[in-house]
Ligand binder design. Structure first.
Ligand SMILES: Cc1cc2nc3c(=O)[nH]c(=O)nc-3n(C[C@H](O)[C@H](O)[C@H](O)COP(=O)(O)O)c2cc1C
Ligand code: SF4
Ligand code: SF4
Length: 259
C-alpha cells in the first residue's frame, strides 16, 4: 500500500513544529504562515517520513516497534523500523565504531567470490563539502544558469531552488559518506557493491546509527571530486526519534510453476 499523506492527515493535531517539512526529501509539504501543515504537493514520493517523525501523530500510522536488540525473530521489526536518516546529530563517528560497522563488508558475498570491494570513507563536514556538496551545487548552478533545469524539474523545482541557494539536501549534513565500488571487470561488481552497502546499512541500525542511500551522490560521482561508485551511503547518529512505522511498500510475489 503506497503511503499517501493527504489521505490520513489529521490537521487539527498539528502543532506547527516543522519537523515533517524539514525531513521531506522532495519539499512536498505545504504549510500556512503559522507553520501548520495544510497540504501536500504532487512531488510527494510516499516515503512516509512526515508520518514516522511526527511527534503529534498527525498521519495516523502504527506505532514504532523497533526492537533494541534486533536479533532472530526481531529481524522483521528491524526492517520495519529501518528509515532513511536525513537529520543527523553533530556527534561524530569514532574510529572504533567505524571499523566495527565496516567489518560487515568482509562478510558480504560477491559474484564468483571475486571479493575486492573498496569502501571510500569521507569523514567530516569540511571534506564532504569540498569533495561532494560544493562540486554538486556548482554543477546545478551551471545547468540552471538560465533556469533551464528548473523549467524541466516540474514538481522538483523547489528542490533545485534549494540546491542552487546552497541548502544541503544532497548529503543532508551527514558526518560521514561511504562510497562502495568493485574492481572494474567484476561481472557482478555493481550487485556486489550494493549487497555490501546493504549489509552495512542494516548493521548501522543495530549500532544506533542511521543511514541514507544516496542515489544523487552515486549517479553524480563521476562529476564530483570522488571516484565513481556503485552505492553511496550517508551515515551518522540520527537526531530525531521515530514514533511511527510506515505501511509495507508495494511489491509482488509470483509463484511460478512450469506449464
Ligand atoms: C538506491 C537509492 C537511492 C536513494 N537516493 C536518495 C537521495 O539521493 N537522496 C535522498 O534524500 N534519499 C534517497 N534515497 C532514499 C529514498 O528516498 C527512501 O529510501 C524512500 O523514500 C523510502 O524511505 P525509507 O528509506 O525511510 O524507507 C535513496 C534510496 C535508494 C534505495
Ligand atoms: S511533524 Fe506533525 S505536528 Fe509537526 S508540523 Fe508536521 S504535521 Fe505538524
Ligand atoms: S510522504 Fe515523504 S515525500 Fe510525501 S510529503 Fe511525506 S515526507 Fe514528503
Amino acid at each position: 500500500m503506497r503511503f499517501k499523506p493527504e489521505e490520513r492527515f489529521l490537521g487539527r493535531n498539528c502543532t506547527a513544529c516543522g519537523i515533517c517539512s524539514s525531513l521531506c526529501p522532495v519539499d512536498a509539504i505545504v504549510t500556512d504562515s503559522s507553520g501548520r501543515v495544510v497540504s501536500f504537493s504532487s512531488a510527494c514520493i510516499g516515503c512516509g517520513h512526515c508520518g514516522c517523525y511526527c511527534p503529534a501523530d498527525c498521519y495516523g500510522l502504527p506505532a514504532e516497534k523497533h526492537a533494541a536488540i534486533p536479533l532472530g525473530s526481531h529481524i522483521q521489526n528491524l526492517y520495519e523500523g529501518r528509515r532513511s536518516t536525513r537529520r543527523f546529530s553533530e556527534k561524530q563517528i569514532d574510529e572504533t565504531v567505524m571499523s566495527t560497522l565496516l567489518e560487515a563488508v568482509g562478510f558480504a558475498p560477491t559474484g564468483q567470490n571475486a571479493q575486492g570491494i573498496t569502501v571510500d570513507v569521507i569523514l567530516g563536514e569540511a571534506a564532504i563539502n569540498k569533495l561532494i556538496v560544493r562540486p554538486f551545487v556548482k554543477f546545478v548552478r551551471i545547468l540552471d544558469c538560465c533556469r533551464i533545469l528548473s523549467l524541466f524539474a516540474g514538481a522538483n523545482r523547489g528542490a533545485v531552488k534549494k540546491i542552487r541557494r546552497g541548502d544541503d539536501i544532497i548529503t543532508w549534513k551527514a558526518p560521514c559518506i561511504l562510497l562502495f565500488r568493485a574492481p572494474v571487470g567484476n561481472v557482478t561488481g555493481k550487485t556486489d557493491s550494493i549487497i555490501a552497502a546493504t549489509m552495512v546499512s542494516i548493521k548501522a541500525d543495530t549500532m544506533g546509527l542511521g543511514t541514507l542511500w544516496n542515489g544523487v551522490v552515486q549517479i553524480a560521482s563521476p562529476i564530483l571530486r570522488v571516484k565513481r561508485c556503485h552505492a553511496a551511503l550517508c551515515v551518522g547518529y540520527p537526531l530525531l526519534k521515530k514514533y511511527q512505522c510506515v505501511p509495507a511498500r508495494e511489491w509482488t510475489r509470483r509463484d511460478i510453476t512450469p506449464s
